[in-house]
Design a protein around this ligand. Structure first.
Ligand SMILES: C[S@@+](CC[C@H](N)C(=O)[O-])C[C@H]1O[C@@H](n2cnc3c(N)ncnc32)[C@H](O)[C@@H]1O
Length: 142
């Protein structure tokens, strides 16, 4: 998933990675190990506590940040590589915020398993069910 975000990122972009619903932080830590500034947000306090602890234990506290926050209220404008591994309903609901961020340009979004309704991916990895979107994403009229 991170490889795909990197592949479709606009040239010259300084990576600022965001995992929407970071769980145990696995994507955030992998992104930080690539040298990306990496942020995870989650609504579950125990996940943020765990991620913060793991970041310190693994020497990744400088390159990572974790926020206990509802993704629907989180400002996406600072981030240009965004991962979403979410339940389908959550993804549909947050797709409005993601679409607004994509329309600002210089941003790539990867969704895993599900895809926002009517969104046209730039690339699909059928084996891992990853959909990649950039500013060329257009909403398909029904
Ligand atoms: C399917 S898990 C994915 C976890 C992690 N990204 C991974 O790949 O292992 C979805 C995560 O989204 C979080 N989540 C669900 N709704 C959320 C919301 N409204 N705001 C922030 N996090 C949310 C859950 O607590 C959970 O950790």
């Amino acid at each position: 998933m991170l490889n795909l975000l990197q592949t479709y990122a606009p040239a010259g972009l300084t990576p600022k990675f965001l995992d929407m619903g970071c769980g145990d932080g696995r994507f955030v830590f992998s992104a930080a190990k690539r040298g990306w500034f990496a942020v995870g947000i989650d609504l579950e306090p125990s996940n943020i506590e765990l991620c913060t602890k793991l970041a310190k234990e693994n020497g990744l506290a400088e390159q990572t940040q974790f926020f206990l926050v509802d993704m629907f209220t989180f400002d996406l404008s600072d981030y240009n590589l965004i991962a979403c591994y979410l339940y389908e309903k959550t993804l549909q609901l947050v797709s409005k915020n993601l679409g607004e961020r994509l329309s600002q340009g210089n941003c790539v979004v990867a969704t895993i398993l599900y895809k926002p309704r009517n969104w046209i991916p730039r690339f699909v990895d059928n084996m891992y069910k990853i959909h990649v979107y950039d500013e060329t994403m257009t909403l398909q009229k029904k």
